[in-house]
Design a protein around this ligand. Structure first.
Ligand SMILES: [Zn+2]
Length: 443
């Protein structure tokens, strides 16, 4: 395969128009964690602003970040080193120190990170204590977030660690990883040292988050040979950085930030249980991927465009279905719902080590992605999942996708779809609990 064709593949072969994996992680994380015995033993913690945390820990944090950088260079495959100039500047205070920290961990400089809690459907609070999503997320389109109730917190308020953890699990989807690559045309991307965006379209802001929230660790060697960029995800660097920051914060007696960083780390482990984030093209064989690429190189890219559009539509439809279904299950407190049963169940946890993302967390989702794709196609109407002329994310029915699916699918197809999703939610529960205990166990 020529250099030109590899470049063409870079832009085409991965769909990454959908921003989220398992949109609204708190709906999954709370049932996955709330039954754990450890909550009986933990004390509530005092909410503290990010600036407060940084001002109290700056010099130790500087040392920690330098050590972690060396660890990442030695232990993470394809790690993209942080340039020296981005070191934390401990002479700063206030907002300047906060900005220096966001540079040192290479997050989007607009990241908001206020004090708040993410409530679940049915948990209501008075209007005047609600936090507005525009103060939480950097995105303009907040239609998803507007269906969620956020509660404002003040510095010094006591909060339960589980509430902090559940809230933090959604935060990496509020813009942390947007525009960080050199070819994204942002001033921070130009200096962060992440190089060019390995896959997806660098000109679409939403797509720039993809390589931090998707990872294709389970492809056959032939796929990496023709498309090496597929083995070039930044997800691990995030999971391990925030996990290490959690350990650092706990070791400094900064428990609120220990739980919050831990939640950020868990987000990335949770994403790996989503088949459309662990497999570049669920439902298509290697042969079909290569054939579409060869056809594109001969001047006919219809096959490839259709393939990407269909995968993107199926991804959107699956996200919309699980979100609507989980929201309803929480609202009705439906303890017999198969998703909640899968999330709450007891599981034996694997060992955690530096290969966790690659060799454990992503395995089932990637290898059984075809089964998920097939279940989605059978249970959903063609316009959502089998029509490449449709851009499914613009279909208004997505908001009530569970009603659409119930009206359309046969009882067998509906059961199959729910079973496939429930299996991945088992992985989700295992992944987030494994990261949680990998930190708490070390304390
Ligand atoms: Zn994500």
């Amino acid at each position: 395969m020529t250099r030109r064709s590899i470049l063409a593949l870079t832009f085409c072969i991965v769909h990454s128009t959908s921003l989220w994996a398992w949109a609204e992680h708190p709906l999954l994380v709370r049932p996955a964690l709330e039954g754990l015995e450890l909550w009986e033993e933990v004390d509530s913690v005092e909410a503290k602003s990010l600036v407060g945390f940084l001002e109290e820990t700056a010099s130790d944090l500087f040392v920690f970040l330098e050590k972690h950088e060396l660890w990442a260079r030695e232990n993470l495959k394809d790690y993209r080193s942080r340039p020296y100039e981005l070191q934390l500047d401990t002479s700063l205070t206030g907002e300047d120190l906060r900005a220096s920290f966001l540079r040192a961990v290479r997050m989007n400089p607009e990241s908001k990170i206020p004090l708040y809690l993410h409530l679940l459907p049915g948990e209501m609070v008075d209007e005047e204590v609600r936090a507005d999503p525009t103060g939480i997320s950097i995105f303009d389109n907040l239609s998803r977030e507007r269906q969620t109730v956020y509660l404002q917190l003040r510095a010094g308020q006591q909060v339960h660690p589980l509430d902090v953890l559940v809230t933090a699990n959604d935060e990496p989807d509020y813009g942390f990883d947007i525009g960080l690559f050199e070819d994204n045309g942002t001033s921070h991307g130009a200096v962060y040292g992440f190089g060019n965006q390995p896959f997806g379209n660098p000109n679409l802001a939403n797509s720039s988050q993809g390589p931090f929230h998707m990872a294709f660790y389970q492809e056959p060697a032939v796929v990496y040979a023709v498309a090496p960029f597929l083995d070039n995800s930044l997800l691990e660097s995030r999971l391990f950085l925030f996990r290490a920051l959690a350990k650092f914060a706990f070791s400094e007696g900064q428990d609120y930030w220990g739980w919050r960083f831990l939640g950020w780390s868990m987000h990335y482990a949770g994403d790996l249980s989503m088949p459309f984030h662990s497999n570049p093209l669920p439902g298509y064989s290697v042969f079909e991927m290569v054939r579409s690429q060869l056809s594109a190189l001969r001047g006919n890219d219809n096959l490839q465009r259709n393939m990407i559009q269909l995968v993107s539509n199926r991804h959107m439809a699956l996200e919309a279905y699980q979100l609507a279904e989980l929201r309803e299950a929480h609202l009705k407190r439906d303890e017999n719902h198969p998703f909640l049963i899968a999330l709450r169940a007891d599981y034996e946890l694997p060992e955690f080590d530096s290969d966790f993302a690659r060799k454990v967390a992503s395995v089932h989702a990637a290898k059984q992605a075809d089964e998920m794709s097939s279940a989605v196609r059978r249970a959903m109407p063609d316009r959502f999942v089998n029509d490449p002329q449709t851009e499914a994310r613009f279909l208004p029915e997505l908001l009530e996708m569970n009603a659409v699916v119930r009206a359309y699918a046969s009882p067998e197809d509906l059961d199959d779809l729910n079973r496939e999703i429930a299996k991945r939610f088992e992985d989700f529960a295992v992944n987030v609990r494994t990261v949680l205990f990998s930190v708490l166990g070390d304390q």
